[in-house]
Design a protein around this ligand. Structure first.
Ligand code: APR
Length: 251
């Protein structure tokens, strides 16, 4: 059951704000059928990230990463955005949301129309659709690489091919990180949705926004270690909460 008092407080803040930053994590996409990482039964309970999502490990043996990727790529490619993604796109359309910072690689914000009304999307951990060779840097579109008939794809230069997603041990793209941090400094309201906020530097964002005077709203199923930053914490499912928020914002 959604806490209506908290919804009303968040609506008040959103109505007053004109420069909102949305920060999303895997939890926003669970209602689109993509599992998150750290909830009970999440991806990291089946795949040890220090093996399957480690860049150092990938360089020695890319087969583990690709084993996991093959299980997930169809699910991610076929997923549709849900009510939470759609509400965020609507908030952009009415001029409220100016930037979306996401840890997700699923591109569901773009699928819901975000980014087409002027907001900038910062994909801190990359996106699944583009691959590259870790040796020569050559880029490939998803469809260009045969990942089905091989254990892992290899470039013509013999380097290993990997999606342009950030694995543990890799740096985040500098310009994306800088842009995201600047957006947090400039916003008047910061909405975090669906993240455990345990991964740095992504989890610096809420405190940057807070320290620069923004209202902070958290929408999450579980508590996080950063809950004291939130002016309003609405606990529950993102799709349901954003539906309630939009009903009242549009009134
Ligand atoms: N609505 C709201 N919250 C949800 C929902 C939902 N439908 N489903 C899950 N959640 C919450 C969970 O309770 C959890 O707190 O979303 C959070 C997801 O946390 P994680 O699985 O840790 O995902 P995330 O925070 O995005 O992980 C950060 O870790 O391994 C890396 O690179 C990976 O980008 C990822 C990063």
């Amino acid at each position: 059951m959604v806490d209506i008092e908290k919804i009303s407080k968040a609506v008040e803040i959103i109505k007053e704000s004109n420069h909102i930053v949305v920060f999303s994590g895997a939890g926003i996409s669970t209602e689109s059928g993509i599992e998150d990482f750290r909830s009970e039964g999440g991806l990291w309970s089946r795949y040890d990230p220090s093996i399957y999502a480690s860049y150092q490990y990938f360089l020695q043996d890319p087969s583990k990463f690709w084993q996991m990727h093959k299980e997930l790529e169809g699910i991610v490619a076929n997923a549709e955005s849900n009510n939470a993604h759609k509400a965020i796109a609507e908030l952009e359309k009415i001029g409220k949301v100016k930037a979306i910072i996401t840890q997700n690689i699923d591109m569901l914000h773009q699928k819901s129309g975000s980014g087409t009304y002027g907001a900038k999307i910062y994909e801190l951990h990359g996106a699944y659709g583009i691959l590259h060779c870790v040796n020569c840097g050559k880029e490939f579109a998803f469809e260009e690489v045969d990942t089905k008939r091989v254990e892992y794809p290899v470039c013509e230069c013999s380097g290993y091919i990997k999606p342009k997603v950030v694995l543990f041990g890799e740096s985040l793209p500098r310009s994306v990180l800088d842009g995201a941090m600047n957006a947090c400094r400039d916003c008047d309201c910061f909405i975090m949705v669906g993240s455990s906020l345990v991964i740095s530097p992504a989890n610096f964002m809420p405190s940057i926004a807070k320290n620069h005077g923004a209202y902070v709203i958290f929408v999450n199923r579980e508590n996080t270690m950063m809950d004291d930053l939130a002016d309003v914490f609405i606990k529950g499912s993102a799709g349901e909460i954003f539906t309630e928020l939009m009903k009242r914002i549009k009134k």
